[in-house]
Design a protein around this ligand. Sequence first.
Ligand SMILES: *Cc1c(COP(=O)(O)O)cnc(C)c1O
Length: 404
Amino acid sequence: MTLDGAAAAAAASPGPVVMTDPTPAGRFGEFGGRFVPESLVPACAELEQAFRRFWADEAFRDEYRSLLSSYAGRPTVVTECHRLGTQLGVRLLLKREDLAHTGSHKINNVLGQALLARAMGKGRLIAETGAGQHGVATATAAALFGLDCHVYMGATDVRRQEVNVFRMRLLGADVTAVSSGSATLKDAINEAMRDWVATVEHTHYCIGSVMGPHPYPWMVREFQRVIGDEAREQCRSLLDGSDPDVVVACVGGGSNAAGTFAGFAGTRARLVGVEPAGGAAIGKGTAGVVHGMRSKLLQDDAGQVLEAHSVSAGLDYPGVGPEHAYLDSVGRATYEAVGDAEVLDAFELLSRTEGIVPALEPAHALAWVVREAGRSVPRGSTVLMTLSGRGDKDVAQVMEMGRG
Ligand SMILES: *Cc1c(COP(=O)(O)O)cnc(C)c1O
């Protein structure tokens, strides 16, 4: 580590807080919990029991690990960005979730949940999706396991993401366009919950991020911690046994960030989550209850959930996982916001300097690194950034915006 890097590490709070299990009630500090209609309490309890049992079961873990390696393509590599790192004056390492099957980290979670659904004897998966990425991942896992699959998507999103809708149908899923409310992600979540109430006997609700009622935020983080656990080992071998000074990931619901942070919370690394300026649930939101959990969210004075806006549809979620609200409240992680213009610059920058076209979501994390390199991230620091997905899905949109 260079002198500057060491100074940065010493300045970073080591934090006694590691990411442990939530309380029995599913709380992370004052956040989390299980705020669902009476009719869904047994389903959440059954899921929690099954997760506790199977996650402690070596045979289940082995099958999960073997799926991750033989199907999803894990472990994903860590790539050092030599040209961009030199330009920014930092050592920049990317955890390459863009190389996982279906092009993002979402596969880690859906494979875990599909295995669990099968173990619980449920033959049907339902899911909500905004940009369509989680719907595609769920439809993929359902096809692999021979499960029925039904995806709820806001009607507005269905129009905006027609290729992903086709992809889900190609994979054998039914897609329902939800026209209520603003016809976007939050409405799709409400509709999926409604389906689950009526079908809990044979249906598993596959939530796509570290959100929703207990045990989802915890369970999804555990399915995603493979990102951070792998990255920590990989960093140690690249950095002669030390950990990075800064660990950064983008935050929509917060699953790729939670999985990444889980591997590094016990180190001295500074943990940073990056939100879109138009959907900064932690930066600009307030505490409240939404979608089964207590967390921070964008809401008006009457408690009406507001719409989130960003150049990246995958980050357009007005809430955030409760564990992030907690990590923020105790100061173990900080959350920063970046604007669309910086994000588009970062999207082009990584493409040109490293030959890697990132998804617009992780381009948020990179935009923050670019802005802070030489400032709060001193020259010579080592930065591990999770590249949560590849940019193929975003190329046409960026082209239409006249960029690139
Ligand atoms: C869905 C998605 C995200 C946002 O979800 P998180 O739960 O916050 O990780 C980020 N990056 C990519 C590539 C995605 O597909």
